[in-house]
Design a protein around this ligand. Structure first.
Ligand SMILES: Cc1cc2nc3c(=O)[nH]c(=O)nc-3n(C[C@H](O)[C@H](O)[C@H](O)COP(=O)(O)OP(=O)(O)OC[C@H]3O[C@@H](n4cnc5c(N)ncnc54)[C@H](O)[C@@H]3O)c2cc1C
Ligand SMILES: NC(=O)c1ccc[n+]([C@@H]2O[C@H](COP(=O)([O-])OP(=O)(O)OC[C@H]3O[C@@H](n4cnc5c(N)ncnc54)[C@H](OP(=O)(O)O)[C@@H]3O)[C@@H](O)[C@H]2O)c1
Length: 242
């Protein structure tokens, strides 16, 4: 079945760093749930080239927002980064994905754990009322190579979430060093968040680098936490970006 496309227009392309950008798009607003993604596309040399992007905006906002990184050799992301206000962007009509709170069982603490642009779906979730109604604590954990890549700090700081950052390739005041799985394993993440990460009290949503998802699930398994499935409830929900 051929994909149905909505025709949007770029209204802003914010560049945070040489490689990170946020696109705001108007005129195409499919219905979705916070945490979901949609395919966005450009016509390149007569071919429609599409990739999945998570919504950063909350549902109901007529302006869509997407957060991307330039993969230099990638077919689409360098071109998205070059879009200017007024340029066209196609948005598929069928958002999808299970990284949504309706798939997450009740818990005392919700951990939203991301590397890089994997933060995007959590920003949408943080901008809805549900996390604050359902969870006593919400902890946002963002890991990046460099401190300048810890984007959307102001937005996160405006929410009641506890916010822990990790920087892996330089030392950065106010951030933990290294990678997320190591900080889980040695207790630094819990110490920084000020809450326990245990199967009895926590649900963890993971998004971003597939190797991080794998390594984080391994250290969480050592704590007795396992993937959540509708038929076999657990403590971990994941979405891989590649
Ligand atoms: C469900 C889902 C949601 C996604 N949401 C986002 C999003 O919100 N923002 C976003 O930037 N990307 C997101 N992606 C990745 C996105 O679809 C593209 O792969 C990415 O924009 C690169 O596109 P490309 O055509 O330039 O290169 P591709 O040919 O698609 O990718 C080439 C390689 O680049 C690397 N790569 C791809 N995406 C990333 C990334 N985000 N961060 C670091 N390395 C990456 C991988 O090694 C990949 O094999 C998502 C992917 C999936 C499956
Ligand atoms: N970020 C940049 O400076 C930069 C510059 C140019 C191009 N790019 C392009 O962007 C893409 C990378 O983007 P990115 O930096 O957002 O994503 P990334 O490579 O996934 O790195 C984001 C964070 O995830 C960490 N990570 C990687 N593997 C992990 C694992 N197994 N467990 C836990 N954490 C892990 C990284 O730590 P480590 O640092 O230890 O790997 C880093 O802190 C590449 O395709 C690259 O070509 C990035």
């Amino acid at each position: 079945m051929s994909e149905k496309w909505l025709s949007g227009k770029v209204v802003e392309n914010r560049h945070w760093t040489d490689t990170l950008f946020s696109l705001r798009v108007e005129g195409a607003a499919p219905r979705f749930r916070a945490g979901q993604f949609v395919r966005i596309a450009l016509d390149i040399d007569g071919q429609r080239v599409a990739r999945a992007f998570s919504f950063v905006n909350p549902p109901g906002d007529p302006t869509l927002e997407f957060y991307g990184v330039i993969v230099p050799e990638g077919p689409l992301s360098p071109r998205l980064a070059r879009l200017r206000p007024g340029d066209a962007l196609y948005v598929a009509s069928n958002p999808a994905g299970f990284l949504v709170l309706s798939e997450v069982p009740d818990a005392e603490t919700l951990w939203l754990v991301a590397t890089g642009t994997g933060l995007a779906p959590f920003l949408s979730i943080l901008r809805t009322p549900e996390p604050w109604q359902r969870f006593r604590h919400v902890v946002v954990v963002h890991g990046a190579r460099h401190a300048r890549e810890l984007t959307y700090r102001e937005l996160i700081a405006q929410t009641p979430a506890k916010y822990v950052t990790l920087v892996s390739r330089e030392s950065a005041p106010g951030s933990l060093g290294g990678r997320i799985p190591a900080a889980i394993a040695d207790g630094r993440l819990e110490a920084a968040a000020g809450v326990a990460l245990r199967p009895e009290n926590s649900h963890v949503m993971l998004c971003g680098n597939p190797q991080m998802l794998k390594d984080a699930q391994a250290v969480l398994a050592a704590r007795g936490m396992r993937k959540h499935r509708r038929r076999t409830p657990g403590h971990i929900t994941v979405e891989s970006f590649w």
